[in-house]
Write a protein that binds this ligand. Structure first.
Ligand code: BG6
Length: 334
């Protein structure tokens, strides 16, 4: 069942778990709350702009972000779908620029969790710009049903993304004209005390595409990945492995901030999302981005989980499911 914003408002506003409010530029946003955490999500792009545990904000938002129709919000968790980077359609796809429908809302009082499910189907806009007949020459629109489920727990956040190829035209499932092909990334901007204080664990030994060096495939030799200049990398096949070294254990993907004495562990379904992007625009690129402050690169790092290097291909009626969790540590654990 789909909820209108008005229905949600009357259902939940008196409750303590979900509120519908007007956000920047009068765009509607949902505020989810548990006893110790909160999360804000704009309908525009199903875009998460805040995630707090124990009143600590974990997501970076640019002060210069425009909140405008058909433009992505700068910061938080932009949803990159169905295309990563440049390609046949607009950069990073259209999911982050569209208004999503609210499909379900669920409160689990026992587990103390709050869940919102957003829905995006093909529409006049996507039909116009995103066809699957580009190579085959056949008439076929990309027909899809995409669910984005955000679940706020007292101390972590779950993000789930499901896609179904709902194409019914065409003859058989092997008809290449009806294949739904896409990339996906959770383009998360983390708030940090200062870029000098942070490093990323869990990437050692992985190969990455270095976008700052002609897309050269390079092997990561550092166990602690630090950012000291403009960085734009797609790490490939980031599946955690058990180290053979004495006393060394399996190392998950982790962001460590020695300034704020916090860490965030990122877990995800490695089979469906094997790629991890690390991005910081640094000095010159920051100056060129109109919706980003010149000095804001000090206080953010993007660690983006996704499937980028190998696009997903779904036959008619086939589905894709994936999950990513963001688990901040307690302040005292570093
Ligand atoms: C990252 C890309 O994912 O997003 C970068 O790897 C890009 O190349 C960055 O600059 C920001 O993209 P956008 O479209 O949000 O400005």
């Amino acid at each position: 069942m789909n909820f209108s914003l008005e229905q949600l408002q009357s259902l939940w506003n008196k409750g303590k778990y979900i509120q519908v409010l007007k956000g920047n530029n009068d765009l509607s946003k949902l505020v989810l709350k548990t006893s110790t955490s909160s999360c804000e999500i704009y309908i525009h792009g199903a875009h998460i702009t805040s995630f707090k545990t124990n009143s600590i904000e974990h997501l970076f938002m640019s002060e210069k972000s425009g909140f405008q129709d058909m433009k992505a919000i700068r910061g938080g968790v932009p949803l990159i779908w169905p295309q990563f980077g440049n390609g046949k359609i607009q950069t990073h796809g259209f999911a982050r620029n569209c208004d999503w429908e609210i499909h379900k809302a669920l409160v689990d009082e026992k587990a103390q969790s709050v869940q919102i499910e957003f829905l995006l189907r093909n529409n006049d806009y996507s039909d116009k710009i995103w066809n699957c007949n580009i190579t085959s020459g056949k008439e076929a629109i990309n027909s899809f049903h995409t669910i984005y489920r955000v679940t706020l727990h007292p101390d972590f956040l779950d993000l789930e993304f499901d896609v179904k190829n709902t194409c019914t035209s065409g003859s058989s499932s092997s008809d290449s004209a009806n294949i739904l092909e896409f990339q996906l990334a959770f383009h998360t901007y983390y708030q940090i005390s200062n870029i000098e204080n942070v490093y990323v664990l869990g990437l050692e030994g992985r190969e990455y595409i270095d976008k700052m060096n002609n897309h050269k495939i390079t092997k990561e030799l550092n166990d602690k990945v630090q950012i000291t200049n403009e960085t734009d990398r797609v790490y490939l096949n980031v599946v955690p492995t058990q180290s053979t070294g004495v006393g060394k254990n399996y190392q998950p993907l982790q962001l460590i901030d020695n300034g704020s004495k916090t860490s965030i562990t990122l877990t995800y379904d490695y089979q469906s999302m094997p790629d991890v992007v690390v991005w910081n625009p640094w000095i010159e690129k920051s100056k060129k981005m109109e919706d980003f402050g010149d000095n804001e690169y000090h206080n953010m790092i993007c660690i983006e989980i996704g499937t980028i290097n190998t696009p997903v291909k779904l036959s008619p009626n086939q589905s894709f499911q994936t999950k990513h969790s963001i688990l901040p540590s307690n302040k005292s654990s570093l």
